[in-house]
Design a protein. Structure first.
Length: 614
């Protein structure tokens, strides 16, 4: 009964906002064209980093490559280009949410995103939002959230971008993006093809990565229509088709293959005036995989899930106060070789409030209640505030309660000697973060400290009969700090940029006090760029501290330093066509390193790139 009261209260707030919203009709396109307005209004006091297109073109071909050198997230790869999972502030892969145009797209089967299946070049920006975000983005947004956003640019003309790339291990990339922006229509289409034999050397041995080939296609298509002075229609679509052989290890070869497909479609109708913005979203997400234990045979196991969703979002501006009410509904159907037909229906009500007390002080209160068909779900909240103590110096604080829903694999998977467990309950976590930033004309300094406590962490372990199953087995704690430094300076034709970050992360089992697996205590990254007229040179450095590979902390992988460098040269225009030629050398010191035990990463390798803009 208490759940229903809370939910009806949130729905009532939406209805009140709807009544007050029928006022002056003035175009507010600056906000309406945003794919995720929650990030703009209700994340103050939260650490946010935007990775723009100019950085993307210097950072490899996958979302893993991009974020490894432009965020404090640690990535585990089962060999380069294979399954890639994130550890954000010491949390596990299922506790990092990936959000596509406001929709959480973590797998309904595994609860996580494989970052090597996400090709960032088609998106206008990639945003890293640190800290708990379950109120805004739902299950899994415990350690942090990655947002992939498509923007709509009206009156921007017709623009085209063609990227061709070739490198070591017979790695090729072809990417084409075209966009058209007129007064009442905005259109974007992008397609990427990435393929590689991926047969790099295992340094220190006579072997190569013999079963690591991959072939990916990623397609984005988005169109926006201004229907009237108060309405806009937006349509999004993304398709990913992947075909990968799965690499073996130093101790065992492999002949596995994995094929996966993801379709994502979203339609959004928005109406707006001077004080209100209302959005109705309807979408469909489809995921399917086929796993071949022996790629020479036809036998395979599979899994697939269909998600149908609807979302109504209403924001109302009243002087210095912004109110936002959201209703979400999802219906999920899944099946597979080791999962019998599984269903889940989900409804959530969210209320967000942001108040500008003055030009220097603001705060926010965010509440969320979910009703899920197959288990109890906790009440969630977050609080945030920022205060400009002095010119250019700001203090921030945020606190939140977050959660993660058990996946279908956790509940139902019965393959390979494992057993499902319908008794698993959601994880709950509490987080507190303090931050401060100092910004000058040419520099920015930041320092953040945080603590996270998780109850009922879901882990896969053998039960008393030795059968592996998901279970709520332990409580864990994370704490740490992050120090950031940015510097930019222009002197005549010379431009210098330097961006660095240090992270200390402690993630411990509260029972044993041992550090959790694959969580580095120390991580340093540093990016430098120098531009002189048409020449740009850049350098990327990553120090990854040692990680434990056993729960008793008796075995570990050594820390390592990896560096990349490259140059881009802007060639003279030919018939109004811009050409940029690039050369990048990865792992310039030819470092022999692993981020997952017994799975070496590539030796020194090269990449040539030609960008054509017209």
């Amino acid at each position: 009964m208490e759940k229903k009261r809370i939910f009806l209260f949130l729905v009532g707030l939406l209805a009140v906002a709807q009544v007050f919203g029928q006022r002056d009709k003035v175009i507010v396109l600056d906000e309406v064209v945003l794919s995720d307005a929650k990030l703009l209004h209700f994340s103050k006091g939260t650490k946010i980093r935007v990775v723009n297109d100019s950085i993307q073109q210097k950072s490899g071909t996958s979302l893993t490559d991009l974020l490894r050198y432009n965020s404090n997230i640690y990535f585990k790869e089962n060999g380069y280009g294979m399954v890639s999972s994130a550890s954000f502030r010491g949390t596990n892969a299922q506790q990092t949410a990936v959000v596509w145009n406001g929709i959480n797209i973590n797998s309904q089967l595994t609860g996580q995103t494989d970052f090597n299946t996400m090709i960032p070049g088609n998106y206008d920006n990639v945003v890293v939002r640190s800290g708990g975000g379950s109120v805004q983005y739902g299950s899994g947004a415990v350690g942090g959230t990655i947002l992939l956003n498509d923007d709509f640019k009206f009156n921007d003309g017709w623009k085209n971008n063609l990227r061709t790339s070739y490198g070591s291990f017979n790695t090729s990339k072809l990417a084409f993006n075209t966009s058209l922006g007129k007064e009442k229509i905005s259109f974007h289409f992008g397609i990427n093809h990435l393929a590689s034999e991926n047969d790099y050397k295992y340094l220190g041995t006579e072997r190569r990565n013999e079963n690591g080939a991959y072939d990916h296609i990623n397609l984005n298509a988005n169109v926006g229509f201004i229907l009237s002075e108060t309405q806009i229609l937006k349509v999004y679509h993304n398709t990913f088709i992947g075909d990968r052989d799965f690499s073996g290890t130093l101790t065992a070869p492999a002949d596995e293959n994995y094929k996966d497909i993801n379709y994502r479609s979203l339609v959004e109708l928005g109406s707006f005036n001077e004080r209100k913005v209302a959005r109705l979203k309807v979408g469909h997400l489809y995921e399917r995989y086929r796993y071949f234990p022996n790629k020479e045979r036809e036998e395979f196991s599979f899994g697939q899930a269909n998600t149908f969703l609807a979302n109504y979002d209403y924001k109302y501006q009243l002087n210095k106060i912004t109110l936002n009410g959201i209703i979400d509904f999802s219906s999920i159907r899944a099946k597979g070789t080791s999962i019998e037909n599984a269903d889940r229906n989900f409804m959530a009500g969210t209320f967000l409030l942001s108040h500008e007390l003055s030009d220097r002080l603001n705060y926010g209160i965010n509440l969320r209640k979910e009703v899920v068909s197959d288990f109890e779900s906790p009440f969630l909240f977050s609080l945030n505030s920022s205060y400009e103590v002095a010119k250019n110096y700001t203090l921030a604080i945020n606190a939140s309660k977050n959660h993660r829903i058990p996946t279908f694999n956790d509940l139902y998977w019965t393959g390979a000697g494992a057993s499902g467990n319908l008794e698993v309950i959601p994880e709950s976590s509490w987080q507190l973060e303090l931050g401060q930033s100092l910004k000058g004309e040419n520099y920015a300094l930041s320092a953040n400290v945080y603590t996270i406590t998780t109850d009922n962490l879901i882990q896969w372990r053998p039960n008393n009969q030795g059968i592996w199953m998901a279970m709520n087995v332990q409580d864990v704690s994370q704490y740490g700090w992050e120090l950031g430094f940015d510097f930019k300076k222009k002197l005549g034709n010379h431009n210098v940029a330097w961006e660095s970050e240090y992270s200390f992360t402690k993630s411990t089992d509260n029972i044993t006090n041992n550090q959790l697996l694959y969580v580095p205590e120390h991580l340093i990254r540093s990016n430098m760029a120098y531009q002189y007229k048409k020449l740009v040179a850049f350098y990327q450095l990553l120090y990854n501290g040692s990680v434990y590979t056993t729960t008793d902390n008796s075995e570990s992988l050594a820390g390592y330093i990896v560096a990349n460098m490259g140059v881009d040269y802007h060639l003279p225009k030919i018939a109004k066509i811009n050409f940029v030629f690039g050369l990048k050398v990865n792992n310039i010191f030819n470092k022999n390193y692993q981020n997952v035990a017994y799975r070496p990463m590539p030796n020194r390798n090269f990449q040539l790139q030609l960008i054509t803009k017209f």
